[in-house]
Write a protein that binds this ligand. Structure first.
Ligand SMILES: [Zn+2]
Length: 240
């Protein structure tokens, strides 16, 4: 089955290392899946309790969970889970790999979004490895793994296969980013997300929409596909 980000996939899981990554990285595409009738689940690995900027972790975690819930509601997701792993210490260890594999099975996830493998933040890289290893575990169990799509937050990607036009979803994406008030008070993530989406739209979606998000297959999966001589990559939702 050849799925495309932003087009109907069924059960979609968005894995966010911290609250705000999901909206910054793929808020527009999440909205497209919701509008296509997909059941989207947000899974927050940590609650970002280390990002309090002076506020104690005991207050920051619950506050950021509230903000994440508001963002998810704005985007229209069906379900939100918080695993409350320690912020800054996400590891793709075997226990967590099994836990995630079981989780993806229980949801019957057909597509999974996660931060891409070359992100600057170590939790983001660990999340990418965790998802890739969980997909490997499903293959071991002879279960068809979901499509894996990496999104960008801190480190724009140099290589990507998919460009999703989010021009019609930009407003709700930025509302979702701004729902993370405690973070946007410190850095204008809404402005940086809009700027990057505009860049992706102009440079990579042309002559499609003005705003876009881009996604990458995990490099090891891309390499395997290339070795098999199968190509990948297409633009979803480009304006004709
Ligand atoms: Zn993050």
């Amino acid at each position: 089955m050849n799925l495309l980000p932003g087009e109907s996939a069924g059960n979609v899981v968005v894995i966010s290392p911290h609250p705000d990554d999901e909206s910054i990285g793929c808020g527009g595409t999440i909205r497209r899946h919701v509008m296509a009738g997909d059941k989207v689940t947000l899974l927050f690995l940590t609650s970002g309790e280390g990002g309090g900027h002076g506020r104690p972790a005991s207050e920051t975690g619950p506050l950021r969970e509230q903000e994440a819930t508001t963002a998810g509601t704005l985007l229209g997701v069906a379900h939100i889970d918080f695993w409350r792993l320690p912020d800054g210490k996400v590891r793709s260890d075997q226990t967590l790999v099994f836990r995630l594999a079981e989780y993806l099975k229980s949801i019957d996830a057909r597509a999974v979004f996660v931060t891409h493998e070359a992100e600057a933040h170590p939790d983001h890289r660990a999340a990418a490895r965790l998802v890739r290893r969980a997909a490997g575990e499903l293959i071991e169990q002879r279960i068809e793994p979901p499509a894996l799509w990496g999104y960008e937050v801190w480190t724009p990607m140099q290589e990507f296969e998919y460009v999703v036009d989010i021009s019609e979803q930009l407003t709700v994406k930025l509302e979702a980013v701004r729902a993370h008030k405690s973070q946007c008070a410190v850095m204008r993530f809404d402005e940086s997300a809009q700027g990057l989406a505009r860049y992706r739209g102009e440079m990579h979606s042309w002559p499609g929409g003005d705003y876009a998000e881009v996604f990458q297959e995990p490099p090891p999966i891309r390499a395997r596909r290339a070795a098999q001589g199968r190509s990948v990559g297409r633009q979803a939702g480009g304006r004709k």
